[in-house]
Ligand binder design. Sequence first.
Ligand code: ASP
Ligand code: MG
Length: 428
Amino acid sequence: MRVVQKYGGTSVGSVERIRAVAQRCLATQRRGHEVVVIVSAMAGETNRLLARARAIAPEPDERECGVIAATGEQVSVGLLALAIQALGGKAQSFLGHQVRVLTDSAFARARIRDVDGARITRALSEGTIAIVAGFQGTDEHGNITTLGRGGSDTSGVAVAAALKADVCEIYTDVDGVYTADPSVCPDARKIERISDEEMLELASLGAKVLQIRSVELGMKHGVRIHVRSSFNDNPGTWVVPEEGPMEEVLVAGVTCARDEAKITVLDVPDLPGVAAAMFKPLAEVGVVVDTLVQNLGADGRADVTFTVPRGDLKRAVATLKAECRDLVKGGVQADDSYAKVSVVGVGMRSHAGVATRMFELLAAEGINIAMISTSEIKISCVIEAKYAELAVRILHAGFGLGQPPAGTRPKAARPRRATPRARSRAPR
Ligand code: ASP
Ligand code: MG
């Protein structure tokens, strides 16, 4: 088999961890497989590098940021190659431009256009383990580009697709994809198989385990993705195409994006072209607008409310004030302390009532819903950020997703109460 293994930052976070990864790569090769490895920067390294860039320039140029940040992965590939060699194996490192991971020129969030597998397959045919730097590529002019935070996942899946690998193993520090973040819900369960569409929703709604684009790319090219831990040999979570009822569950997981900001533009005319005039300048400066509602007033006026990532709030407000001077005359309200909790599951396609249940569960804890958005397989509620964890816990429990406490019967038919910690009520 041809196996692509991607190791995240914590998996290569120290010299000892890099040795452990080297051993795992060699063990895989000894089982008769061709092994291609994608690595991230050592844990914390990308943040450290970007912090240095920002210490020099508060809003650093994105091309130069990429030049700096990409060094994190350059160090990792070199160290891992040395570690494999030290154990008697054959390994060679490759940077993005050496493989040629060709991307567009959107420096800090480049998209992969093509991966040339020739140098990697040559290495493989010589029995060498090919180690490819994640997160980085090169554009058609030879500039270094980076794929956005978490981008090594996408590098892994793109290389797996280009090499027609039999599997793309994504190694991380947790055992797989969980029904909720285990640090928030201690009784969260590892999901054995999750449909690619559910995974895509979870990734876009705040689950950090896979970069969204890696899931998209995997779906497009039919890459078999196995998310698992580099700290043990437990089977992880397989991301698979939807195949009828998955685990016979309505809701596969609960997730939360904590860094939402809410903007309300008050009293805009209710006329064709107004939304376009407001959102086009935002798109042009790269602000991704999420949940969006418009309240119609009686007199042909409307209030438009939407969320943006917290880090983009200032830029979004400044852009609106500069580009839509007439439209924002009625006032712009901005609040940066919101979160979006979501429940995701393909079971919702064929079952009504999930939304109602979600609203009831939140209401029972006195959590106010500011905005709601839905798709065929997810329901999201924007709530105050301070209730985010409470909301995740009560939804996780309310949809019966937790592991039954030891010594009790399997999953209760009736939704169980929230964990004691979750029981504190939000004031109305
Ligand atoms: N090192 C990069 C980051 O921290 C890419 C990755 O780890 O996936 O975002
Ligand atoms: Mg990651």
